[in-house]
Design a protein around this ligand. Structure first.
Ligand code: UDP
Length: 368
């Protein structure tokens, strides 16, 4: 018997697609080369603490439909992401808000802060910012750019801020209220029981094979289903024929500490270039844990090379042009659906992945 769908990748995109296809009475098999389901939202429970093995994930969305959707699979706690930045020896609140402006300049009112930023914009800002550096200075001025953005960004992406696309920095809110919520979205939280609960519920009653690599047995896998949903790297799917797209890789160092509270916050960014990691995550704080011990993770950005884990797509002009060529090939593949961060070469958050998977399902089943 042939399956209706072979889904390559048991991450959030593949799991939502599988769940929805099954709901429509289709048969699915999901394979993943890793030893577990969940892709990068996978958590490992270590003595009661859910460790975000592939970096911090905080669910947030403004879309009630997506919020209701994800709440079918888990309840969420009231966690609000309020990361702190440690830069040049001081702590600053994020995202850039009245607390940050006060810590930087001593400005006490929105008018004073706005004036300060406008002064800096007038001197250094550009009317049509062409890259991340120009965009950042135009948004928040030169001081914030130099203290909180430049070094962090260049270490995170391994490139000069002037060579990066501006949309990356537009993700961060800038506000003139004393509000440290990192997101502007209406809904936010961490799933109770961890992210694995969502994946387990999505993939309940669906055949899943881990430690199974599509590329090591491609011909076999191409023949076991009528259609393929591919969530891996699009360039690898096409044998890198136009050259490899570029990604940023990450390395995580997890440490078990025999103290109750290491840093007092789930996320502290280390913005200075002299630290080789970008942030330290203390996992228990995502779930208000009161264990006697704690687990922290240092996140080190790394250069990506073929074969290494690809985390962030580098959406600069050169890669975008290459990606467009792969996209043309993808469109010619009538029996393959490409989806997710790696196949669509996009900087997706979880809520966007769910929206994208639901959209592709509707298209596949000719629904409106
Ligand atoms: N960023 C920064 N300083 C910070 C936090 C973020 O310059 O303290 C910039 C950096 O370029 C980063 C981007 O903002 O890549 C997006 O940050 P976000 O926290 O959304 O990144 P993610 O959590 O997706 O890695």
């Amino acid at each position: 018997m042939k399956y209706d769908f072979l889904i390559i990748g048991a991450g959030l995109f593949g799991s939502v697609f599988a769940y929805e296809a099954k709901k429509r009475n289709k048969t699915c098999i999901v394979i993943d080369k890793r030893s577990h389901k969940g892709g990068n939202i996978y958590c490992e429970n270590v003595e009661g603490i859910n460790v975000h093995k592939y970096g911090a994930h905080i669910f947030h969305t403004n879309d009630k439909k997506i919020w209701d959707y994800v709440n079918q699979f888990a309840d969420f706690n009231q966690y609000i992401n309020s990361p702190i930045a440690f830069a040049k020896g001081n702590f600053y609140n994020l995202p850039f808000n009245m607390n940050t402006f006060y810590q930087l300049w001593g400005t006490k009112t929105p008018i004073e802060a706005q004036r300060k930023i406008n002064e800096q914009k007038a001197i250094f800002g550009k009317e049509n910012p062409a890259n991340l550096e120009e965009q950042a200075i135009s948004l928040v001025g030169k001081d914030i750019y130099e203290i909180l953005i430049k070094e962090y960004t260049e270490k995170q992406w391994g490139r000069k801020a002037s060579e990066l696309p501006s949309f990356i920095i537009k993700r961060l809110p800038v506000r003139f209220t004393f509000d440290n919520n990192y997101f502007n979205d209406r809904y936010q939280g961490i799933p109770i029981g961890g992210y694995n609960t969502i994946i387990d519920n999505l993939l309940k009653d669906i055949e899943v094979k881990t430690e199974t690599d599509f590329f090591s047995n491609r011909e076999y896998f191409e023949n076991i289903a009528n259609k393929i949903v591919f969530t891996g790297q699009i360039d690898e799917f096409f044998d890198y024929q136009f050259g490899a797209l570029e990604y940023r890789s990450l390395r995580f160092e997890h440490e078990n500490r025999d103290i109750e509270n290491y840093q007092g916050n789930a996320v502290i960014n280390y913005n200075d270039a002299k630290y080789p990691f970008t942030r330290i995550i203390e996992h228990k704080h995502f779930e208000f844990g009161n264990q006697k011990h704690t687990i922290i993770t240092k996140e080190y950005p790394e250069q990506w090379t073929i074969g290494k884990e690809a985390y962030y797509p580098i959406n600069n002009e050169e890669n975008q042009q290459k990606f467009e060529k792969y996209k043309v090939l993808a469109q010619q593949q009538k029996n393959v659906i490409f989806g997710g961060r790696l196949a669509e070469f996009r900087y997706y958050d979880m809520h966007q992945i769910i929206a994208s998977a639901l959209k592709k399902i509707k298209k596949e089943f000719n629904e409106n």
